[in-house]
Design a binder for this molecule. Sequence first.
Ligand code: HEM
Length: 503
Amino acid sequence: MVFDTSHANLNALEFEVFGVDSRTGFMPLRPPVGRLPALWEVWEELLDDARHEHLQPGDKLGLSFAEMARSERWRNSLRQIPLLPIDDLETSQELLRPNINTASSSREGAIRCQTLFTDTPDESAFYLCSARIELHGVRALNIMRSSMDEIFVGDALAVARLTTYLISLSTIIGELKSLLLDVRKECDPEIYYNVVRPWFRGEDSDTYLDPGSGQKRRWIFEGAGDYTDLNMLPPDRELSGASAGQSSLIHALDVFLGVNHERPNSPSFMKRMQRYMPRQHRQFLNHLAKNPRPLREFVMSASSMDSNDGALALKEAYNHAVMSLKEFRDSHMIIATLYIIGPARRAAEVAATSLVTSISETEAQAGPKVPNIVQTVPEATHTQVTDDATVGITGTGGTDLVQFLKGVRNQTILQYDRVLGLGFSYSHSVPGRDKLVTRDWQNRRTSKPHGHVRIGSGPALILSLNCSFLDYAFLSVSRCLRILCWVRNDNADEWLPSSTKCI
Ligand code: HEM
């Protein structure tokens, strides 16, 4: 099978043009500068002070007066430093990304963190986990590049090679999953949640109650303007917290495999996170997305045009790679549960217990009638984590994390299902009604028929479709009005073309 090559300008992706190195991928080739040039020495000194003083987040449970005073002293010295010139940056738009710490900043085994908020091994392990994934992902990037070349050629040999590449890609994604799960070896969930994580909340991350005023407080970025609501921030002033959702590698895998997280009316979280990537990496993703011959479409047309072993093996390899990415996201949900949801619940329980204890102690001291007790005690004991657990837990990138992570996982599997149906197609009339068995939203195979589709003759037409949208039975009318669909042979536990199996 040979494809029209008239607009195939992506036969060899020029990764280097986009700052993607063939050895380190999205990670910089050289170690980052240890200290900024002399002009910015005053910033470096402030950072030294902050580390020396062991500053604590303002909402830390049991923050002492001494700690509060140290933070305030440090903030005062910050307020007094002169404004340093950044004219060059302003005119050249060098970074083109919002102004906050991000997930982006060698060999895999030889990396270490230069600066930490908390100086804990747990914080270091957390960053190194992301860095190792990014570095290991170089193999995936190289596969993408070679795959694009094969798609450009598009003949039978290319289909065979692409199949091999996709099989390797699945293995690599599986290894990324193991690297992710390895974070558990050196990063303690309680330390991560209570000590490390508060440092990288952004403007849109968890809000929490100020123990003094009882009011919700947010990060205040002094001098950043009078914006109090994220929605009022223009795109270049939005200040999200750091999130590995900014990992260029995972975005690249999505784009390459055709996993689409976009929504019709507002930019998706994933799109928003791309603003926090280095400019060139964002451009790389856009370039990848604009590929005139995306992988998924290639696989779909190969398997609809040809039902030979090669095309079927390609489809299987593609599906397998999508499934691996879905499994990566399953593991990621396990990690998010272990590191955020679990500790948030436990912290809320501790806070609730100490609230009850405080109330009973105060009642015991003050006698049976204690006016205003409910107002004073919660102020002294309420913490950000209680808020988390009762209101809904927010990720550092500002998402309702449980709902969000399930959403992206489901979006991944959607691609798998759609292609799964493609091997089975027929082009003209089918007697009677076909029973249509689908996979449901959670990807559980349903054994009972969900609906029926009735097919007319001549140019095939769907006369009635009786299944819900969420079942998303794959039905696609191709250019020649062929209807592609599948049916399930319940006895043999396999999917068959509807033309060979009419139930
Ligand atoms: C202890 C480790 C981790 C925790 C607790 C964690 C937690 C989260 C949370 C809460 C979100 C929701 C978005 C937000 O509001 O921030 C998220 C998103 C995301 N994280 Fe992680 N994460 C961890 C490690 C990683 C690593 C190592 C990677 C890969 C480099 C990664 C990749 C992603 C991606 C790509 C998203 C966007 C959603 C998706 O594509 O599935 N995470 N993470």
